[in-house]
Design a protein around this ligand. Structure first.
Ligand SMILES: Nc1ncnc2c1ncn2[C@@H]1O[C@H](COP(=O)(O)OP(=O)(O)OP(=O)(O)O)[C@@H](O)[C@H]1O
Ligand SMILES: O=C(CO)[C@H](O)[C@H](O)COP(=O)(O)O
Length: 334
């Protein structure tokens, strides 16, 4: 860690396993650097190990398999600027390992299945994102990873998703309501009955009315816009690209919605889209495109998942800078 933080900023990254959280965390590290940021995987607060879960039939998604009291106490302690001894859940053995020391840092990211589940933990989080991946896309991503990297069969993957679904719907999905940004990943509307799931429709739902959070908009704030950017300035091969911006009500609250359906042929041309977006929280024109282009290899860089992950990261950086500047001001006034 660099220096003792005056104000620890807490970021929540929520979603099911295999939904792109690790990819997003790499993007956050690109923005903040490794020194400034510490990531806590909330799997470490599993209080039932793999054997116990198997014996009881309780899944890792079930609150009974997680120690929320300890999670809250330890996250609060870190936010108060003190170190903790955090338990470790070992994914290789399925057992709980001896704890490790974690020191407070400028940015603490809590990522996993339940960052927004417990009201007390939620109250500590300064900015949050929920990864809302539709079942069709989740299956495609998980099949691709688990078959290639983990030697699972297609049937294994499907069975794993199906068996998790009831608890996912009960305990994980409802957290969407509390996130500042929800990234929805859906099948494309541009190809009829698409089965490939290569082309995606991605929506960024941004909470309205949160102090200091200015949602990104396209062309004109508050309007409803449908935009086909393909043409001279943006190359689009089949099936093209569609952007949408508008407002909606989500769990009873206003949200601004940005949507990208389709994929980019040439990432450098994303600058054309960037020049039509406002309130991106970039520090110079082209920063959003630069962040995307610098890691073309990250999954989703050529579509809305990458673009909106970058924008969400920029909003987290803006929140961090605003909160730490406020703290510095308060300290000066004391
Ligand atoms: N935007 C994307 N486009 C295409 N594939 C993606 C995208 N994001 C993730 N994936 C696929 O899903 C897999 C899981 O992504 P990632 O490791 O980022 O998820 P995770 O939520 O951290 O998962 P876990 O909690 O299981 O580690 C990746 O290996 C990749 O195959
Ligand atoms: O949903 C998960 C989050 O990563 C895991 O399934 C959960 O943590 C249990 O881990 P394992 O399957 O390794 O016992």
């Amino acid at each position: 860690m660099t220096s003792k933080p005056e104000r620890v900023v807490l970021i929540g990254v929520a979603g099911d396993s295999g939904c792109g959280k690790s990819t997003f965390l790499r993007r956050l590290t690109d923005l903040f650097g490794e020194e400034l940021m510490t990531v806590i995987c909330l799997d470490d607060y599993h209080c039932l190990d793999r054997k116990q879960r198997k014996e009881t039939g309780i899944t890792a998604l079930d609150p009974r398999a997680n120690n929320f009291d300890l999670m809250y106490e330890q996250i609060k302690t870190l936010k108060d600027g003190q170190e903790i001894m955090k338990p470790i859940y070992n994914h290789e053995t399925g057992m709980i390992d001896p704890p490790e020391k974690i020191e407070p840092n400028h940015i603490i990211v809590v990522e996993g299945l339940h960052p927004l589940y417990d009201e007390r933990v939620r109250g500590l989080i300064d900015f949050s994102v929920y990864f809302d991946i539709s079942d069709e896309v989740k299956i495609a991503w998980k099949v691709q990873r688990d078959m290639a990297e983990r030697g699972h069969s297609y049937e294994d993957v499907l069975q794993a998703i199906n068996s998790r679904r009831p608890d996912f719907q009960k305990y994980i999905e409802p957290q969407r309501e509390f996130a500042d940004v929800v990234l929805q990943v859906l099948p494309t509307n541009l190809i009829k009955n698409d089965e490939e799931r290569k082309v995606l429709r991605v929506r960024m739902l941004q909470r309205e009315g949160k102090e200091g959070f200015e949602p990104v908009y396209l062309f004109d704030e508050g309007s409803t816009i449908n935009w086909t950017p393909c043409g001279r300035k943006l190359s689009c091969s089949y099936p093209g690209m569609q952007l949408y911006y508008g407002s909606d009500v989500y769990y009873g609250r206003y949200v601004s919605v940005l949507e990208v359906d389709g994929q980019f042929d040439n990432l450098d041309e994303v600058i054309y889209i960037e020049t039509h977006l406002s309130k991106t929280s970039t520090k110079y024109e082209g920063e959003m495109t630069h962040l995307l282009v610098q890691h073309r290899e990250y999954p989703g860089s050529n579509n809305g998942t990458g673009l909106f992950q970058v924008l969400t990261g920029l909003k987290m950086r803006a929140a961090y800078e605003r909160l730490t500047a406020k703290e510095a001001k308060l300290a000066v006034n004391v």
